[in-house]
Design a protein around this ligand. Structure first.
Ligand SMILES: NC(=O)c1ccc[n+]([C@@H]2O[C@H](COP(=O)([O-])OP(=O)(O)OC[C@H]3O[C@@H](n4cnc5c(N)ncnc54)[C@H](OP(=O)(O)O)[C@@H]3O)[C@@H](O)[C@H]2O)c1
Length: 263
């Protein structure tokens, strides 16, 4: 790799924290960010899964990992500090960790189950933002990207905690974008539709343990493009929002759903 090809990379010289790095979207994004020249800190709650992810990514240079539950404030603060000591700063936060929770009608949801979804999907995102603001200011700006969902725009019977959490996180993104614009920190959300990875497989099984394939067929039929998206497609949108190509984007909820919410 010569110097000019390094310069052409879209994230050269930038440092990214990726939460939910052990999941489909997180790993695909880590792979792309590394290819585009970023230093990447993988954050996940399982040391074993982080090691497996690192092995699959297959690179040593520019890659580190840290174990933290997204809702654990001390661990999140420590993950940001570890990123700064490994790479010298933080330019990009991909607050992507999320859980679908238990599918249940509102009258049957247990309070701990509801709270667990909010803790991860809302409080966890806010904590990541909270501890990245100062480091990003020290770099003269940055990009925060949150993985929201089409669940932040529509309802879905049986999915109230997840739906509520993604509506809430959209509000967090919009408020943070207004607060941080003066510091040149852009804050955007990605709103994927049905994405072909473990999360949607778990949701399919929750709806129909005996016939998840039928759920998949029904969901895909609701999408104008007639298929699930891929983690790699979502990663491309994360790359755009992380890079200087999106320099005029802030406060946006960027939909990638095969047309689902337009139909
Ligand atoms: N897949 C879809 O259809 C879809 C659609 C719209 C939006 N999304 C959103 O996309 C994001 C990424 O999910 P994905 O699609 O890549 O699914 P995934 O493969 O299930 O990945 C979810 C990731 O979040 C992590 N996570 C969950 N709870 C956590 C916690 N308390 N602390 C730290 N990490 C936690 C998981 O860690 P473990 O590996 O340890 O479980 C995993 O790395 C989520 O925010 C999700 O809501 C997904």
């Amino acid at each position: 790799m010569n110097d000019s090809s390094e310069l052409r990379k879209r994230l050269s010289g930038k440092v990214a924290i990726i939460t939910g790095a052990t999941g489909g979207i997180g790993e695909a994004t880590a792979k792309l960010f590394l290819q585009e020249g970023a230093g990447v800190m993988l954050v996940g709650r399982s040391a074993d899964k982080l090691k497996e992810t690192r092995d699959r990514l297959g690179v040593k240079k520019g890659l580190a990992h840290f174990v933290a539950d997204a809702a654990d404030e001390a661990a999140t603060a420590a993950s940001v500090a570890a990123t700064i000591s490994a790479f010298g700063g933080v330019d990009i936060l991909f607050a992507n960790a999320g859980t679908e929770g238990v599918v249940n009608p509102v009258e049957s949801i247990n309070r701990p189950d509801f709270e667990q979804v909010l803790q991860t999907n809302v409080i966890g995102v806010w904590l990541g933002m909270k501890y990245c603001v100062e480091p990003m200011k020290q770099r003269g700006g940055g990009s925060m990207i949150v993985t929201s969902s089409i669940a932040g725009a529509v309802g879905f019977a049986g999915g109230a905690p997840y739906i509520a959490s993604k509506h809430a996180v959209n509000g967090l993104v919009k408020s943070a974008a207004l607060e941080l614009a003066a510091a040149n920190i852009r804050v955007n959300a990605i709103a994927p539709g049905f994405i072909d990875n473990q999360m949607i497989y778990r949701i399919e099984r929750q709806f129909s343990p005996d016939n998840p394939a039928a759920v998949r067929e029904d969901l895909a039929a609701l999408v104008p493009l007639k298929r699930y998206g891929t983690s790699e497609e979502v990663a491309q949108l994360a790359l755009f929002l992380a890079s200087d190509a999106s320099s005029y984007c802030t406060g946006g909820i960027h939909v990638m759903d095969g047309g689902y919410t337009t139909a």
